[in-house]
Design a protein. Structure first.
Length: 330
């Protein structure tokens, strides 16, 4: 990375900070190491250990894949709007293009709002970071310029895969569509044996995501509740959905937002089920706090968004990959 890019990166980081501070958000600086983590079967983690001085005792520690585990403890206690720019760590990630095992994440949470309100805040942030729209001629940042195009997951599947998720209550329904779409399957592992969420993910990454418009920012929203996450749930068209959206710019996923679940019993069940699945398949199993759900006995209504800052800076600087905006790659 040359000096000009270092200066550009620093300016974007500072402008992000200024944006949230002006809105009255409290900036946090939570630990990078944790004794336990939120279970997420979709990612792997880094493990290390703390060796106590004058002792042989070793305490397992994990590099956080996001600051969420600490941020939510602070929200539960203080119920205030917060944001954090932090390094995060995810193992078994490719290096280059749009992935790195170590990356910078922006997380921000606001009290007493929903995921759609967070979309408005995110549009304001983009307006703050983007250069002014040209008065004439082509706009090179049209693919990032608000307002975001809003597309439900149900409509996206209909538009790009030819069917609605709300018509596919059973895994066999998705297996039929996967075959009709010509997706590759193994004779030893036919689609009929796949679970619903695996078939959904296959069709999403094979047919939906690659075909999302690249000339405007796209907010893909209302995810199926059959794919577990810590977002509020609602019922529509005969199916349960999650109040969740992900933002794509130029075909690159930038952020992931929820109306945060605050029902302690639902969170207890999520940790129990996801934790069992996680440590049954993970290459690096980790400790899970069995009492974490208790902080939600006094948790406010709020919405949070997590955004990949390296990807954001790459797009703002006219690049499609993160190599040129990271000072170092492992």
């Amino acid at each position: 990375m040359d000096l000009e890019m270092l200066k550009f990166r620093a300016s974007i980081m500072q402008r992000i900070r200024n944006f949230f501070i002006k809105k009255g958000f409290l900036e946090l600086d939570t630990p990078a190491l944790s004794r336990d983590l939120i279970p997420e079967t979709c990612l792997e983690v880094f493990k290390t250990e703390y060796i106590k001085p004058w002792s042989e005792e070793k305490v397992p520690l994990y590099l956080v894949p996001s600051p969420e585990i600490y941020i939510k403890k602070i929200i539960s206690q203080h119920k205030t709007n917060v944001f954090q720019l932090s390094k995060c760590y995810r193992n078994i990630e490719s290096v280059g293009n749009i992935h790195s095992p170590e990356f910078t994440m922006l997380e921000y949470y606001q009290m007493n709002i929903s995921y759609m309100d967070t979309a408005d805040i995110t549009e304001e942030l983009f307006d703050e970071l983007l250069p002014p729209k040209p008065k004439s001629g082509e706009d090179p940042f049209a693919f990032m310029r608000p307002p975001f195009m809003k597309l439900t997951m149900d409509d996206a599947f209909l538009r790009y895969a030819g069917f609605k998720l709300s018509d596919c209550d059973e895994a066999i329904d998705l297996a039929k569509h996967a075959k009709e779409l010509g997706l590759e399957e193994s004779p030893d592992n036919p689609f009929e044996t796949w679970p619903w969420d695996d078939l959904y993910e296959l069709i999403l990454v094979s047919c939906v995501e690659p075909n999302l418009p690249k000339n405007v920012p796209v907010m893909l929203m209302d995810y199926p509740a059959k794919v577990p996450c810590l977002a509020q749930e609602f019922y529509k068209d005969g199916m349960f959905w999650k109040e969740r959206w992900e933002l794509y710019c130029g075909g690159i996923e930038l952020s992931n937002c929820y109306s945060e679940e605050n029902n302690p019993e639902k969170i207890r069940k999520y940790f129990e089920a996801e934790g069992k699945a996680k440590n049954g398949t993970a290459k690096i199993p980790h400790k899970i706090d069995g009492d974490y759900w208790k902080i939600f006995e006094n948790f406010p209504k709020c919405s949070g968004n997590a955004m990949g800052v390296d990807r954001l800076i790459a797009l703002l600087s006219g690049h499609k990959t993160i190599e040129s905006v990271l000072p170092f790659l492992i």
